[in-house]
Design a protein around this ligand. Sequence first.
Ligand SMILES: Cc1cc2nc3c(=O)[nH]c(=O)nc-3n(C[C@H](O)[C@H](O)[C@H](O)COP(=O)(O)OP(=O)(O)OC[C@H]3O[C@@H](n4cnc5c(N)ncnc54)[C@H](O)[C@@H]3O)c2cc1C
Length: 460
Amino acid sequence: MNELIHALRGLLGPSQVLTGDDVHQRTVSWFDHSPSQAAAIIRPASTEEVVQALALCRDASVSVVPMGGRTGVVAGVRALPNQIGLSLERMTGMEPVDVDNRSITVEAGVPLQRVHEVAREQGLHFPVDLGARGSCTIGGMVSTNAGGNEVLRYGMMREQVLGLEAVMADGQVVSSLRPLMKDNTGYDLKQLFIGSEGSLGIVTRVTLKLRPLHHSLSTAWVAVETFAHLPPLLRQLERQLGGRLSAFEVMWRDHVDLIAGQDSPHTPPLENNSAYYVLVQAANYHESERATFELALESALEQALISNAAIASSEAQQAKMWAIRDDIEQLTRKMAPSAGFDVSLPIKAMEAYVEELKTSLTHQWPQAKLIVFGHLGDGNLHLFINIGDAMDDAQRRAVERLVYSPLQRINGSISAEHGIGLDKKAYLSLSRSDTEITIMKQLKKALDPLGLLNPGVIFE
Ligand SMILES: Cc1cc2nc3c(=O)[nH]c(=O)nc-3n(C[C@H](O)[C@H](O)[C@H](O)COP(=O)(O)OP(=O)(O)OC[C@H]3O[C@@H](n4cnc5c(N)ncnc54)[C@H](O)[C@@H]3O)c2cc1C
């Protein structure tokens, strides 16, 4: 390892190869505050440096863990002491926005928020947004196929990628940086790298699709008394807003109580006595569309699909509503020690699933707490579970089984948007068939026969 580190220093410069305390001072990730254990963290500044650094690691038979903003949820960046972390943090170049083509090409280490800012300056919008926007990187988001708050309208990261460049385990640079909407010329190789969590290649550059920037956003905090009203409310808003509905985020009441109750920096927009709250948002392209939004909520009120609504009257109020939904930091602190989950399931199965889970949890741990919220419009629920003041590994596994086991029966998925990483691989077979897993392994073997790139994520 020392020889490899010496060679990497020679290639990248001594300050771009962190070791010892400089590595340990970095936590594993946003969710795992233990010190990083990587033998070294290297910081190449260009695709060419990534190619050459990988070659040195390949020659030394040392595997590499790609690292973006380290905000991922499933331990995809947890490097071992015999591995090298490869951080894209210095690769933050951005080409000018191509206004005519509505696209932008950026290096993989660019934080999401920068893309939002630069697109907005040109009257354009990048439609993936999530709470970690200041830290998560475009490369990490591509590699996890991130979802976020606007999937309902625009789809996940996969739908925003026009082209990308990636370095393969054998050093080849595969580039499909063509800003084309249509390109049916054989296999769409870029798809291999989207959602494969750094296991098939290191994403170095990405061409992203941009959308027209809305004139304004209409945002409301809506109270709903029974789950049965949520699916028709969603359908009605989609219809009445003519496809402009961009968020339909549902929070179970316990979640709002926890985040915006006593001792909290947040104030709930409505009194907290309904079973569910929905953060509804629509993009307006014309001033008159604000009125359509209000009319849609009025009609939902008349039909008793909702019992109350607070419409944000300023951007500051919108931000306050989103701050409640996005305050994962307070959630994880107040629920600690907790296990977090990100499951997908048909909307019609959600209420029964949550009730069944609550029952099975409290049967085993009477004091268990379950917090539920999610991108309901996308069939995606986030669950946070606390079973008491401690949760050992065996208890965590038992909680995971209670959460995951019913999903197979109802055609759900153990990971809606966070990926599999190291944390969820034991359960992959609940969501993917043996044939699918075999083909994934064949692909990995064909493209990375030595297991150089993030070995152990997704499957053994
Ligand atoms: C507050 C908060 C809110 C969040 N909300 C959401 C949400 O709504 N929706 C959602 O989907 N996620 C959400 N996340 C999770 C996380 O932000 C996303 O998974 C994000 O895509 C990770 O980006 P990153 O740059 O931090 O990647 P990292 O965590 O650094 O890496 C994630 C994975 O990608 C690999 N990787 C990173 N960069 C590259 C690269 N250039 N090439 C190849 N592989 C690479 C890593 O090896 C790892 O396996 C949230 C996280 C936080 C902290």
